[in-house]
Design a protein around this ligand. Structure first.
Ligand code: GLY
Ligand code: MN
Ligand code: MN
Length: 461
């Protein structure tokens, strides 16, 4: 071994060791990912168009407390910056702005020792430069109408005209609101009419087809989510509270590095399982109830969306099992229809046909229209940065969707009482590939036999 190779070897060990001892996660989307996504947006702008993307805002919860900050997802997709009070401008062709020439300009929060004392480090220009490939970075105080290269702008691409103006109470001092107002007045200007165009179609097509980096993060979110579902299956027993099921879920999410649930956790037993987005989670789960848990983790911006329905006492009753098997068969049909090149509507049609036929055969519904009252929601939506994500109507490789049929029969429904208060949904996350659908939340059992088997296992609670 030469001196240099010994040195390199030792350096390698040091690097390996330091990455094991990593203090913070380092598996975020790469700067190259965000730069590539900006390039894809820039390509789709008109020659004299400017794309404007605002950061999210901190929202007041009550008095002087705020909700935890959540970044605007389009902004995150294009920048990787997780701070409020920022705006991104993209151009197709280079323009000059504040003495710099280029196609991308971001305005970020300035460092502020007082704010940082209370809520932590602000990246500022240098900090954001160190974590991104952004061409031009300024502080947000520099964003004024007068700096915009009006000779090079004839249209503004934004999600909607006043995107970002949400917290009217902060209108005076909030930098985001001020920047959004600047853009708004630009659009209203009668001196120089500027066309207002939507970024929705551009973002739908980009965000809808996931890159390898995004798929890694969604898979991680899905895997973490299934850990929570599995432990609820193991822990459930009559007398448990709905919020205890929620606590088990969220324990697993958080302890595995998920920043927060991707949406408010839904844990409803019996009649509450028939409320599609029930988030009160206060009831005691009783013997004979089914518990429906629609809960999933968000990991580095990407969320899963998983639902399992499990019997409180570990065993499905005959009526519960009969309906569960219909929903499961419907989900299998929906997953089988999740093929590249197929319209997304095929997934709903395939699943709904199974539910309709099942309910009609049991005499619960007379026809398809009546069956819809017991399965009143769609079967699929796109999944990614948002739980109800943007995406194309035709499936293709790289698209991620949910397949989530259900049957909900609240008390008082026009059918035999034995079906009342049964609410069932089974929801999995499906990656479309050229080779067919891949169920990325398959780590949690779906069949009656497998759920009953898992219910016999010992959980960590
Ligand atoms: N968790 C919301 C949904 O399933 O769409
Ligand atoms: Mn869903
Ligand atoms: Mn869901």
């Amino acid at each position: 071994m030469t001196k240099t190779s010994t040195y390199l070897f030792l350096l390698g060990i040091l690097f390996a060791f330091s990455s094991i001892a990593q203090d913070y996660p380092n598996d975020y989307l790469s700067p190259a990912f965000h730069a590539d996504r900006r390039a894809a947006v820039k390509k789709q702008l008109s020659d004299k168009g400017v794309g404007i993307f605002f950061a999210g805002q901190t929202r007041q919860r009550s008095n002087d407390t705020e909700f935890q900050f959540a970044q605007n997802k389009n902004f995150y997709y294009l920048t990787g910056l997780n701070e409020p009070n920022a705006v991104l401008l993209l151009f197709k062709q280079p323009v000059s702005l504040l003495g710099k020439t280029g196609t991308e300009f971001i305005f970020v929060q300035n460092r502020d020792p007082f704010k940082e004392l209370w809520t932590g480090k602000i990246l500022g220009v240098d900090g954001y430069r160190a974590q991104s490939n952004m061409e031009n970075i300024f502080i947000n105080d520099q964003f004024k109408a007068s700096i915009l290269p009006m000779a090079s702008i004839d249209s503004v691409f934004s999600l909607f005209r006043t995107e970002g103006i949400i917290n009217k109470y902060k209108a005076k001092e909030d930098a985001l609101t001020r920047m959004a107002s600047t853009v708004d007045s630009l659009l209203s200007s009668s001196n120089k009419p500027v066309a207002s165009r939507s970024t929705l179609a551009i973002m739908r097509n980009l965000r809808g087809i996931k890159t390898a980096e995004e798929i890694t993060l969604i898979k991680k979110a899905a895997t973490i989510s299934t850990l929570g579902h599995n432990d609820v299956m193991r822990a459930i027993k009559p007398g448990m509270k709905e919020f205890q099921a929620q606590a088990i879920m969220e324990y697993h999410f958080k302890t595995n590095g998920s920043e927060y649930p991707g949406y408010a956790s839904i844990n409803g037993a019996a009649e509450n399982a028939c409320v599609l987005h029930y988030v009160t989670n206060l009831k005691t789960v009783k013997n004979g109830d089914l518990l429906l848990s629609d809960c999933a983790a968000e990991y580095h911006g990407y969320t899963a969306d998983v639902t399992r329905t499990v019997p409180a006492n570990g065993k499905f009753s005959d009526a519960q099992k009969t309906l569960y098997e219909i929903v499961l068969a419907a989900q299998d049909a929906g997953i089988a229809a999740s093929q590249a090149g197929a319209p997304m509507a095929n997934v709903d049609a395939a699943a709904r046909a199974v539910v309709n036929a099942g309910l009609i055969k049991l005499g619960i519904a007379k026809n398809d229209m009546e069956a819809r009252t017991y399965f009143p929601h769609g079967t699929s939506h796109h999944l990614g940065l948002d739980v109800h994500d943007l995406g194309p109507r035709t499936l293709q490789a790289g698209v991620v969707i949910t397949v989530e049929p259900g049957i909900y029969i609240p008390a008082g429904s026009k059918c035999d009482k034995k079906w009342w208060n049964i609410g069932i949904r089974i929801e999995d996350d499906i990656l479309i590939t050229e080779k067919g659908p891949e169920n990325i939340s398959a780590g949690s059992p779906r069949t009656v036999a497998d759920i009953e088997k898992m219910a016999k296992q010992k959980g960590i609670f």
